[in-house]
Design a binder for this molecule. Sequence first.
Ligand code: CA
Length: 734
Amino acid sequence: MHQAPTVLLVLATLFIAACSEAPEAPELAETAKEAQAISAIGQIDDARINNADSEPGNWLAHGRTYEEQRFSPLKQINKETVKDLGLAWYKDMDTNRALESTPIVVDGIMFFTSTWSRVYAIDAVTGEEKWSYDPQVPREWGRRGCCDVVNRGVAVYKGKVYFGSFDGRLISLDATTGEKVWEVDTITDRDRYYTVTGAPRVANGKVFIGNGGAEFGVRGYVTAYDANTGEEVWRFFTVPGDPSKPFEGEAQKLAAATWKGTNYWEYGGGGTVWNSIVYDPDLNSLYLGVGNGSPWTREIRSPGGGDNLFLSSVVALDADTGDYKWHYQTTPGDNWDYTAVQDIALADMEIDGVERKVLLQAPKNGFFYVLDRNDGTLLKANPFAAVTWASHIDMDTGRPVEVEANAYDKEAQWVLPGPLGAHNWQAMSIDVKAGIAYLPVQENALIYAMSDEYHKTGLYKRHPGRFNLGLEFGRIAQLFVDNIGEQPKVRGYLKAFNFLTGEEKWAVEFPHYWNGGVLATEGELVFQGNVLGMFAAYDTETGEVLWDFNTYVSMLAPPITYQIDGIQYVSILTGTGGGDLFSGAPIDPAANPASLTYSNTGRLLVFKLGGSESLPSPTLRDMTIPEQQLAAVSDEDLAKGEVLYHDFCAPCHGLIVRSGGVIADLRMMGAESHTNFDAIVLGGLLSGAGMASFADSLTSDDTALIHDYVKARAHEDRGLAMGEPDAGRLTWLK
Ligand code: CA
C-alpha cells in the first residue's frame, strides 16, 4: 500500500509573523525575505482576478476570471484576420495520454500541467522552459483513476503555483523557481481509490480542492487550505457518512434524511467534486459542482428511494467557513452517472426583465440551468441535447420529469445521455451580451442494465479495487451485441445555444462525440480542437469554419488566448483520452479519432497571426493484428473471459478489446507480452508504465480466461480486417 505523503509545512509568511518579534532567529527572517524576493512573478491576487478585464492580455484564473465565462476581450485575431493565423511554435510534452489543462498566463509566463500531474512554467512568447516540477506520482496509481492520469491545471496566487497530484496531494510551488513551498495530503481514507485531477481554485487567502473516485466507491468532499501555510481551514462532505457517528454539520444531517437503506455509507455514496469549484466575490460564496452517486444505480445505493443529496447538485457554501448556503439538485436520485461537476459560469444579466446574479451550468444530464445565485432559485432549464431519461424540468417544482418507459430497473435500456454526458468537463464559453453559450455537446447512449448479481440475489457487494457501478458492466459487450439494433445514433456537436430561450443558434456536427473545450472571443470567433485533429475557428454568428489547422491529434483541452507586447496568441494542448478510454475504437471507422489513425502525441501548440511553423508529418499507425496462437477454449470460458475483461481491463483498454488509441491495444500484443501475460497482469512487470498489478483482485485462472478472450477477439478482428470474418457473434461489427 502506498504511504500517505507526509505533511510538509514550510516557512514563508508563517515565519514573517512569528519572527517579527524574535530577533534571536535572524536566519529565519532572512529565509522569509528570500522567499518573498524570489516570488517576484505570479503575484496574482483577488483584486487582479476581480479586475481581469483591465488586463485582457493575461489569463489569470482557470476560467480567466472569477466568473469563469472563458470569453476573451482580445480581438487582434478576428473574423477578418483569422485567415492569417499560423503556428508560432510548439512544445512536445513527452506524453501520449490525455492533456486537459487550462494554462494560466501572467508576467509573460505560461503555467500548465501535463499527465501524471507534472507542472510546467514556460516563456509564453518563445516556449522556452523556465522550470518544471514532477510530483513523482507512483505509476501504480494509474489503476486507481476512472479516467486517465490527467490534470486540468494549476492556480497561481501571490507568487505561488498550486496544483493537485493524481495521488491526492495538494502542492504549493514558488512561481519563480518551481521549488516546493508546502505539500499536504488531501485524502481522508487511503484504502479507497481517491484521485485528484481538477484544478484548484484560489480566493480570499484559501485554496479549494476536491477529488474523484465515485466509480470505485468513495465519499466526496471539498477542503479549503490556507494559501500561505497549507493548514486546513474547513472541509465540506457532499454526502452523508455513517449515521451512527456524529454528523459533520447541519448540511450532512439534511442530506442524510434523503438517503435510505441500512448501509449506503459503506458504498461511499459518491458526490465527488472533481472539476468545478467557483468563487463568487459578490456574495463570498463558493459553488461546488457535485458528482454522481456511488454505485450508479439508486435502487442499490439507496433502496427505498430518496433524492440522495447532494449528488448531482450545485452546492453554495460560505467561502470563509464552508457553511452550507443553498443547493440545487439537477438530478434527484441520480441513476445514470449524471454528474453536475461541469464548468460553472457566473454572470450578471437580465432574466425576464429582472437584473439578476446568475449561475450557468450544462451538466451531464442534458439540461442547461440558469440559477439565481443568491438562493439557488431555478430560472431556466432548457435541453441542449437529445435527452431520453426525462421529458422536461417542471419549472414549478424545479424537478425533472422522468420518462418511465426508459427506466432500466427491470430490463436493459439505451438511455440518452449516456454516462459521458450530453456535456462533460470540456469547457464551454459564455457570451453574456449575446446570451449564448458555445459548448461541445455529446450524443452517445449507453445500454444501462442493473447488476445481474443484484437481480438474482437482491444483494450487492462492493468490490474493492474496481468499478462499483451497480450496472451489469461485465456483460456490457453482450448487451451491445443483443441490443445494437436499437442504439441511438452516436455523434457530437459544437453548438451555439441560447440558454435563456433554449434555441439553438447553430450547430456543427461531428462523427464522434468526444471533442474539445471551447474559447470564444470579442474577435467574433469560437475556437475548438476536435476529435478529428482539427483546431478550428468558427464564426460566432453562423458557425461557419473561418480557419482550421490539422494537428493530426485529437483534442480535449480548452484553448486559451493571451497578448504580450502587442501580439495576440491562441494556445491549445493536444492529446485525447480521459473518460472515453472505455469506449475504445468507434464501430464506424469514419468516426475514428485522429489519435487512433496517427498517434496521441501530447503537444502544446501556440498560434499567432503570420505564424509559419509547421508540425512534423504524422505517420499512420500500424493496425496489423498478428496471427494468434489460439488454444481450444469452450464458449462458456470465452464468455467468462469476456466478463472479466470488461470488469477489469476495458475501462482502460477499451470495449471488446479495441483501444481508442491511447492505452495499449491488446489485440496487437507481441510474443513477449503473451509470454509475460501473467507477469504483467499479476506480477506488475509494467507497473512503472502505469499498468499496476491486479494480483489483489484476479487469480491466474482469471487471467487465463482473460488472455484467451483477448486472443479470440484479436483473431476475430484479424479475420474482419483480412476480409475473412468468422461468422460469429461479432458479425454486427462489419
Ligand atoms: Ca462519474
